[in-house]
Design a protein around this ligand. Structure first.
Ligand SMILES: NC(=O)c1ccc[n+]([C@@H]2O[C@H](COP(=O)([O-])OP(=O)(O)OC[C@H]3O[C@@H](n4cnc5c(N)ncnc54)[C@H](O)[C@@H]3O)[C@@H](O)[C@H]2O)c1
Length: 307
């Protein structure tokens, strides 16, 4: 499996035989992964369940590469060529031409299991199967496959083009060659790889869950204010964002789901979600995506409103 091919540049004479990445799910992460793979010289197929969702993904790819070009990270020609190189698909049938399959569908165990069962049948037996899950056990997703040794976790971060980190997570039955191929693949995209066991929340998701939860406990205990806690994390630890700003960006529902995964996985009270987080999710205060979380986004520019 270490013989999986690497990328080529658009001007590369091998360009007609570029290795192909099939990305399942053209949402926030799938479109970012597709953009990154295309800019790194891979041929890409971006797939979703209907034409309008695929088109929304392609539009996201366009915006992401335009921003990368404005930042000076890529030339306008490379950005244009990357978008042109992305092919689209509805359904998984066309996964058969890919050397790499990366699933970025919603964070739902049953959905991912069903997708991988279908992908195992559709994709070439030599292709690497990878999931971008941020918290679900790789071993559990792979358990429905006839060959669970070919599935690996490759966890990208949002926004994919700007975030340097990738976490590679072999499941309990992943073949070492597949894990190695995942590392080589992530490095070919210019990413820095960290390794994690298939432990609940891996490294990064466990870290972010605890970080935000502790801040929410401190706020609800009245230890300090929202703004002071955010300032403390930023100026005290050089974090680029405070925990409440981060929570609003990630989504409070996502963070609550992460804490529930950590609780289910460890049964350790340190992962008990702060009731404030649960109450805010029940009230629809999910963060930026709902217009209000710890901050109110209609008034964030003028200082934001307290949750
Ligand atoms: N959002 C983040 O910051 C982030 C970061 C790292 C990892 N992740 C993980 O990446 C995955 C995707 O997250 P996202 O934020 O991009 O979600 P999203 O909701 O933006 O995108 C998911 C996409 O999958 C599509 N989809 C749904 N069912 C499908 C199916 N059966 N086949 C193909 N496509 C299907 C949806 O239409 C949607 O376009 C999740 O597992 C999530 O945990 C998210």
């Amino acid at each position: 499996m270490t013989d999986l091919p690497g990328p080529s540049t658009p001007s590369d004479p091998r360009a007609s035989v570029r290795p192909r990445v099939f990305v399942v799910g053209a949402g926030l992460m799938g479109s970012g992964i597709a953009a990154q793979c295309a800019l790194s010289g891979y041929a890409v197929t971006l797939e979703d369940v209907n034409p309008s969702l695929v088109q929304r993904g392609v539009d996201r790819v366009q915006r992401a590469v335009d921003r990368a070009s404005q930042r000076g990270g890529v030339t306008p020609e490379a950005a244009a060529s990357a978008v042109q190189s992305i092919d689209t698909a509805i359904g998984l049938r066309r996964a058969d031409t890919a050397q790499y399959v990366i699933e970025a569908a919603p964070e739902n165990l049953e959905l991912k299991r069903a997708l991988f069962k279908e992908l195992e049948a559709a994709a070439s037996p030599a292709a690497m199967l990878a999931t971008n899950t941020s918290s679900l056990p790789i071993t559990s997703i792979a358990s429905v496959l006839s060959d669970p040794t070919r599935l690996v976790g490759i966890h990208f971060f949002n926004p994919v083009l700007q975030m340097e980190l990738v976490e590679v997570i072999p499941g309990h039955r992943t073949r070492p060659e597949i894990a190695e191929a995942a590392v080589t693949f992530a490095r070919s995209l210019g990413k820095t790889v960290v390794h994690s066991l298939d432990s609940p929340g891996f490294v990064t998701t466990r870290a972010v869950g605890v970080l935000v939860n502790e801040a929410a406990w401190m706020l609800s205990e009245g230890v300090s204010s929202r703004d002071d806690i955010d300032t403390a994390y930023k100026l005290g630890f050089h974090h680029p964002m405070g925990p409440f700003e981060l929570a609003d960006l990630v989504g409070l529902d996502t963070l609550l789901a992460i804490l529930d995964v950590l609780w289910d996985g460890f049964r350790d009270p340190k992962y008990r979600a702060c009731p404030l987080l649960r109450r805010m999710v029940e009230a629809g205060k999910l963060g930026r995506k709902s217009g209000e979380g710890f901050y109110s986004y209609s008034s964030k520019a003028s200082g934001g409103g307290a949750a």
